[in-house]
Design a binder for this molecule. Sequence first.
Ligand code: PMP
Length: 295
Amino acid sequence: MAEQPFDDRDGWIWLDGRMVPWRDAKLHVLTHGLHYASSVFEGERAYGGVIFKSAEHSRRLKASARILDFEIPWTVDEIGAAKAEALKRNDLADAYVRPVAWRGSEIMGVGAAKSASHLAIAAWPWASYFDPAARMRGVRLDMAEYRRPDPATAPALAKAGGLYMICTLSRHRAERRGFADALMLDWRGRVAECTAANVFFVKDGALHTPIADCFLSGITRATVIDLARARGVTVVERRILPEELADFSECFLTGTAAEVTPVSAIGEVAYAPGAATAAIMDAYAAATGPRRAAA
Ligand code: PMP
């Protein structure tokens, strides 16, 4: 059965400072964000009613807007309170939270410095994928055709809607070819990230991950690095070339939605998700909520 469309659901959406009925949270077709991609967003998860790393996400949202030359007129604390209100009003405990900010419809043209900025926050139920046995089978990745752009070509470090064009195209192509997702290289031909997650590799017990200098520096990525180091695991952030993929024993993805997801293959290269990945999955589950760790 098809999923209920996202514009036709019950509930409430926080829109520019007030709660509006879900179906009434609408935009005009002549909105700058739609025509010129002046939009930034976040993807967050609440576990047991509490958003994991909420302030980090709010800070990144505001930073992304600034990179796109607009200001979100709410503080990190105010955005935090708005997210909490969206969860409460919709009676949600385990949920995905989607703040999105964009330039409005005052000016239709490339230059729109005086347009108003808007912020909306929606939340909907999304239980965490928590069947470790099934999960350990891992996902298969294709190699993406598109590459992450040079920061001199696009505002690469913002979580900006416009940067997701190449992610959607890469994801569609991977799915058509029978893969779950695609691994993207950067403009220099180095391993970068997936279409909505960062990537880690395991070699001799150490974790290796690309330097986030031209792609999204994930909040889950930072959490996993901290968790691994706290457990005495060496984490190496470095340039990783596609020729090296066969040298690693395990591979996993990190992201708010993906959490820690084992990878079983990248193209022709196979991985056996193992103890190093399982340890990180456990540590992340414990960090996101003692309730889940005990489940
Ligand atoms: N890269 C991309 C392109 C993403 O969309 C995401 C998901 N937000 C990530 C990485 C992971 O970021 P985070 O851990 O902050 O969710």
